[in-house]
Design a protein. Structure first.
Length: 385
């Protein structure tokens, strides 16, 4: 099973070659380390460097900034191939999001300063939106960036930040004008190394995604240079977030499809070997019908996701469609993880079986990137016009 199908309108030979190359790299460098990363709660820095050397992270970044100059489908392929190996620890999805903010809105100096290092893995990126009292409601953020001489004074805290322990560059959602609502939000680029007033909290213990470092971040009267404002104007942050969120939400749908493909492959192999009452579990009608249902739904999702990638490449992916991909993909991922674990019986509950880890990793897909309840509201708004 694969993201690319003969009917994917965006597919070119270069995508197929990239997919094969990424798959080989992940089989050699990612799969053998998944358990180790889960135990230590963070992906080794060395892996980021190797991924950079292999060209995994620069497929969609212009050549002038160290990338390969392709479209965003290259990032989609890398995200799918990672999830299709049942890994949700490596934070490339967030790295991709950060890079595309810079490509879309960064000044030329910002692009040249940070993109090559993000592509190479020398730098790891994070985006700090969520606060203890503000999740999906981004207008409610309380972190502030007040003008101070030739820069800003950043104060506030963030929570549930993916790549939070390892990030070298953090895009921080902050209020540059407290009373201006959405128009008062800006994105401030924070370089963590040697930054006075920047502090990381503990590495948060999660139900799943244990290989990914997820942290609290604190900004305590931190001085940030004025040219670390993303773009050239204050108050553009909410617009920037809204324009980039469709990629983040499609990304979640893509990773859901990869996880579904992995779960089905593992389960089919298991039920073909496992015997009960003198016959293979695969020969039981319930098993065959369950697998048939899941496979059908997976192919429907694959077609929808491929259409979303084509729309994104053309610049026509709207917020409602991206929300559908996130909502439906993550719901189906959890449904499939549950059904597949059940077919493993008691062994499905054992952590040495990848299906158990996938089951735990899947749950948060319905929460981050905007909860699925928010996705339904966004979809509904597109109908009420």
């Amino acid at each position: 099973m694969a993201l690319i199908t003969p009917h994917a309108s965006w597919q070119q030979e270069e995508h197929t070659l990239f997919s094969e190359s990424v798959g080989r790299f992940f089989d050699a460098e990612l799969v053998p380390n998944i358990e180790k990363w889960a135990e230590q709660g963070i992906v080794d820095r060395e892996f980021w460097n190797k991924a950079g050397q292999a060209g995994i992270m620069g497929g969609a970044i212009p050549e002038i900034y160290g990338g390969s100059g392709g479209g965003i489908a290259f990032d989609a392929i890398a995200i799918y191939e990672q999830a299709a190996r049942s890994d949700f620890g490596w934070g490339f999805g967030i790295q991709s999001i950060v890079m595309h903010y810079l490509v879309a809105y960064g000044t030329e100096a910002q692009k040249q300063r940070w993109l090559p290092k993000l592509v190479s893995g020398e730098m790891i990126g994070a985006i700090a939106m969520t606060e203890p009292g503000a999740g999906s409601d981004l207008q409610a953020v309380r972190t502030t960036a007040q003008k101070d001489g030739n820069g800003y004074r950043l104060n506030g805290s963030k929570i549930f930040i993916t790549n939070g322990q390892s990030a070298d560059l953090v895009l921080v959602v902050a209020k540059t004008e407290k009373t201006a609502g959405a128009k008062g939000i800006s994105l401030i680029c924070v370089e963590s190394e040697g930054a006075d007033g920047f502090r990381r909290g503990r590495n948060l213990k999660k139900l799943g995604m244990k290989g990914n470092d997820t942290a609290e971040l604190f900004f305590e009267d931190q001085h940030v240079p004025a040219d670390n404002l993303l773009g050239t104007e204050e108050g553009q942050g909410f617009y920037q977030l809204m324009k980039q969120l469709p990629w983040e939400r499609l990304l979640i749908g893509i990773s859901a499809l990869g996880a579904i493909d992995f779960a089905l492959s593992e389960t089919i192999s298991y039920v073909q070997e496992r015997k009960v009452f003198g016959q293979r579990v695969m020969d039981l009608q319930n098993t065959r019908f369950k697998l048939a249902e899941m496979k059908t739904k997976a192919e429907m999702l694959r077609a929808f996701i491929n259409n979303g990638i084509a729309s994104l490449e053309q610049g026509t992916l709207d917020a409602a469609t991206a929300s559908m991909a996130k909502y439906w993909g993550s719901e189906l991922q959890n449904e499939v993880a549950t059904e597949c674990l059940q077919l493993f019986g008691g062994y499905g509950y054992m952590m040495e079986y990848p299906i158990a880890r996938l089951y735990a990793d899947s749950r948060v897909q319905m929460i981050y990137g905007g909860s699925n309840e928010i996705m339904k509201e966004l979809i509904a708004r597109s109908l009420d016009t």
